[in-house]
Write a protein that binds this ligand. Structure first.
Ligand SMILES: Nc1ncnc2c1ncn2[C@@H]1O[C@H](COP(=O)(O)OP(=O)(O)O)[C@@H](O)[C@H]1O
Ligand SMILES: [Mg+2]
Length: 329
């Protein structure tokens, strides 16, 4: 449904993205995962026809984005990273306005409005002024405007940024409910978000695609074990071997001693919660517990994993774009 082929964009001498290629199948939800400045917004703006590329091209439902921009626009709904400030309009007025801009008329507008209010659970605020809505509801309006012409493809740029945890859950649920009926690309700089709602993840860093992988592969590859950082004041020569006897522990790595004591990185099998056993052992042996905390992999760790030769990319998991699909029109 979507294929990007060697997309590149330069701002003067500055390379924003280079040789970005990936493919998204119909009905799939794909995450575009990368830190700030990775090139996510640039790629999305090119795909949606808001910006030209300096290299490569892309096809949406078989239409080249540069040769057939109108065909492409008709098939895409776009939620920008910083949606434009909404004027003093009610939700219904604004969505009607957008529907007309997107070429709907008469009865089509009424039907589209009803559909999208229902899909985005906005019916009860249809007559409210948008500036008075919470951020979560504004974001739903943003999704609704992207959906109003019932496009096959949705491109959502960091749709949960700036929302509170409850709103994030609701927006994620909404996006998940739209999958299948629409092909979705969403960008995020949050790893758990990518693995929570997307079937596949394109990881982009410094303008380049670092990996394309399924959600399961990615999680497994970067998280084969749980890690706990355990700090004790009075480590003993047998501390490592004692820790190694605990059920579920698969590796213990001592860090250098410092003035306070010593830190041990204790790795356990996924799903094994060893914290209680650890604290008991420390107490029983009189080592003096200083700290115990779970180590979570940051996005940077993931990139390190993926870009390092030894641990890194299995070429079998790096995909090339699928062959062109025939236009659906
Ligand atoms: N209008 C612009 N002019 C110059 N450089 C830009 C412009 N927009 C983005 N960039 C640069 O391009 C790179 C990619 O930016 P962007 O696509 O916004 O990344 P992301 O959305 O992943 O945070 C960054 O280095 C950014 O500074
Ligand atoms: Mg961005």
């Amino acid at each position: 449904m979507i294929e990007a082929i060697g997309l590149g964009k330069r701002y003067g001498p500055h390379v924003a993205i280079e040789d970005v290629s990936f493919a998204v199948q119909k009905g799939e939800v794909l995450a575009f995962l990368g830190p700030n400045g990775a090139g996510k917004t640039t790629t999305m703006r090119i795909l949606t026809g808001f910006m030209s590329a300096t290299a490569g091209t892309a096809r949406i439902a078989g239409f080249d984005i540069f040769d057939h921009p109108m065909e492409v626009k008709r098939r895409i709904g776009y939620l920008a990273e910083n949606p434009p400030l909404y004027r003093e309009m009610t939700v219904a007025e604004y969505l009607t306005f957008v529907a007309k801009i997107k070429g709907l008329s008469g009865r089509q507008v009424t039907v589209a409005l009803g559909d999208v209010l229902e899909k985005c659970a906005l019916g009860h605020v249809a007559k409210r002024l948008i500036p008075n809505l919470s951020r979560g509801y504004k974001q739903r309006v943003g999704l609704a405007q992207a959906l109003v012409h019932n496009p096959e493809v949705l491109i959502l740029d960091e749709p949960t940024t700036g929302l509170d945890p409850q709103q994030i859950i609701e927006i994620r649920q909404l996006i998940t409910s739209l999958a299948g009926g629409h092909t979705i690309i969403l960008s995020t700089h949050i790893l758990p978000e990518a693995t929570a709602i997307c079937q596949r993840v394109v990881i982009i860093n410094k303008g380049r695609v670092v990996a394309v992988d399924s959600q399961e592969h990615l999680s497994a590859r970067v998280r084969q074990t749980e890690q706990i950082s355990l700090g004790v004041r009075r480590p003993q020569p047998d501390t490592v071997s004692i820790l190694n006897t605990l059920t579920g522990v698969c590796r213990v790595t001592p860090k250098p001693m410092d003035d306070n004591g010593q830190v041990f990185i204790v790795e356990s099998e996924l799903g094994q919660d060893i914290r209680e056993a650890l604290s008991e052992t420390v107490y029983k042996n009189g080592w003096g517990l200083l700290e115990m905390r779970a180590i979570t992999l940051s996005l940077e760790d993931v990139f390190l994993h993926l870009t390092m030769q030894e641990t890194g990319l299995d070429p079998a998991h790096v995909e090339t774009p699928e062959p062109t699909e025939t236009p659906l029109a």
